[in-house]
Design a protein around this ligand. Structure first.
Ligand SMILES: Nc1ncnc2c1ncn2[C@@H]1O[C@H](COP(=O)(O)OP(=O)(O)O)[C@@H](O)[C@H]1O
Ligand SMILES: [Mg+2]
Length: 177
């Protein structure tokens, strides 16, 4: 894992960190760091394309927080809840809003996000862009933003079966609180 940049606030706190990850295992290291920064009430936006690693990061984060059960992508269920009350005193709600158009307020009521805005739990949201049309009305501002992107492979990268190939990821963590 290589660190590509780091930004500090005026009080010397780390505000933004970027890394290049060469494998899924390295995602686990970043998740471990992120886990130490999470607090009750955090709203974590995960930005990045399909297959970039948002769900992989969330799974690694839950593991780093001590959750041992199954972690599946909320692609079809929209939200998966994880009870971490015995470990950390909060639930972590994992959302995947890919299938939400963001065009009708009814959708919001259906996914129940409003019920989880209680400052006592943690929300992790894939495809937060879908919330755009609801955002002011919901006042859903992230406390942490994560951007995950594929890295360009060098021209001379060996040609392998794409299924075996691990494309490195670039990941940037912004702590906004
Ligand atoms: N460096 C890496 N970081 C994250 N995922 C990786 C990495 N290299 C390979 N992968 C694989 O890429 C896929 C990412 O899928 P997923 O986490 O479901 O993406 P998303 O939720 O962003 O659509 C997984 O199959 C994972 O094993
Ligand atoms: Mg996903």
């Amino acid at each position: 894992m290589s660190k590509s940049h780091i930004k500090y606030s005026s009080e010397g706190r780390v505000m933004s960190e970027s890394f290049i990850l060469n494998s899924e295992e390295e995602m686990t290291l970043v998740a471990g760091q992120l886990a130490t920064k999470i607090q009750k009430g955090d709203i974590i936006f995960l930005h990045g394309n399909l297959g970039a690693g948002k769900t992989t990061l969330t799974r690694a984060l839950l593991r780093a927080l001590g959750f041992e059960g199954r972690v599946k992508s909320p692609t079809f269920t929209v939200m998966e809840p994880y009870d971490l009350t015995h470990l950390h005193g909060f639930f972590l709600y994992h959302y995947d809003l890919y299938r939400i158009s963001g065009e009708s307020p009814d959708e919001l009521e259906n996914i129940g996000i409003r019920d989880q805005l209680n400052q006592k739990d943690v929300l992790v949201i894939e495809w937060p862009e879908r919330l755009k049309s609801f955002r002011s009305f919901l006042r859903l501002e992230p406390t942490i933003e994560v951007f995950i992107d594929f890295c360009e492979l060098p021209q001379d990268a060996p040609q392998k079966n794409p299924a075996e190939m691990t494309v490195p990821r670039k990941i940037c963590l912004n702590i906004l609180k």
